[in-house]
Design a protein around this ligand. Structure first.
Ligand code: NCD
Length: 305
């Protein structure tokens, strides 16, 4: 990693991705014992989370770190303390890494300016979610036979791209790994810039385009304001943007960062099917997050190719 912090994957290089996934693979195979021994990792989650917070916690503990967990309601932020004051407090308590999730874009970057600890962005509003994209790459590399096998694969990113921090990290990371992308989204849930990528209007079209991977995103209802719903109805959304059995041509893989709205984004019988990587994505989280914490805190020096 180029810096002590992991805030965004917008400028990430193929070499950095390869290095990180290599360390994750080494951790998977038990090569580095407790690389974070003697380090303190603080988890500061100010937005709900199941898999990200528990996987960071397990990742840090298994790698030997001491772990302190804060949550919005259980910290002095509920008494009005600012993000900066909270970060400075954790810094002076000796945190080596702060893992930050917050509903506002830019919070992790702000935190990083006020501490010498490594700051890992675990999701900032509709900004970035870098470790999600890294674990996705790790799970996908495992499924296709290695990082180099990702090159040239076609991936359709499907759903609520407008509000998705996952999409904003996955798009640059998957492109850096050499994959070809298209977007599949209702016009109301597509950002205007659309990264210059082809935009298709249904999962059927994405299958026709030759997608090897269908990557579904959750509808981020909590980030939609205004009274006019972004999608007319669940049934209509599912008809065009829901992934179901008929899309599973041989070899096509399905991904979703979770939590899944079954029947809407992905049909219930596909979520845990043999062509779904959803459980593997969760499983990849621990080693990838241990690798991120290990490299960011300097517990293992990395060499970027
Ligand atoms: C994502 C998140 O919170 O950004 N989930 C996750 O981290 N596994 C995606 C989502 O909530 O839609």
């Amino acid at each position: 990693m180029r810096s002590k912090d992991l805030i965004t994957l917008e400028e990430t290089s193929r070499g950095e991705l390869r290095e990180l996934l290599e360390v994750a693979r080494e951790l998977d195979s038990g090569l580095h014992e407790q690389p974070l021994s003697g380090k303190t990792v603080c988890l500061a989650f100010f937005e709900p989370s199941t898999r990200t917070s528990s996987s960071f916690e397990l990742a840090a503990k298994r790698a030997g770190a001491d772990v302190v967990s804060l949550s919005g309601g259980g910290s002095s932020m509920s008494k009005g303390e600012s993000v900066i004051d909270t970060v400075v407090t954790l810094d002076r308590l000796g945190a080596d890494a702060l893992v930050v999730r917050h509903p506002s874009v830019g919070t992790a970057a702000l935190a990083a300016r006020h501490t010498t600890a490594s700051v890992i962005n675990a999701g900032d509003g509709a900004g970035q979610h870098p470790t999600q994209a890294l674990l996705d790459l790790h799970a996908l590399s495992g499924a296709v036979g290695g990082f180099d096998e990702l090159e040239g694969r076609r991936v359709a990113i499907v759903g609520d791209i407008l509000h998705s921090r996952v999409a904003r990290s996955v798009i640059p990371a998957f492109q850096a790994a050499g994959m070809e992308l298209c977007l599949v989204s209702p016009p109301t849930l597509l950002p205007c810039e659309a990264w210059g990528l082809p935009v298709l209007s249904s999962v059927d079209e994405a299958v026709g385009w030759g997608a090897d991977v269908l990557y579904a995103l959750r509808l981020q209802n909590e980030r939609m304001d205004g009274e006019v719903p972004a999608v007319p109805s669940v049934a209509e959304y599912a008809a065009f943007y829901g992934i179901n059995r008929r899309h599973l041509r041989p070899g096509v893989l399905v991904m979703h960062p979770g939590p899944v709205n079954r029947g809407m984004e992905v049909s219930g019988d596909v979520v845990l099917s043999e062509q779904s990587l959803v459980p593997d994505q969760v499983g990849a989280g621990m080693s990838v997050r241990s690798a991120v914490l290990t490299l960011a805190t300097g517990a293992r020096q990395g060499v970027v190719a």
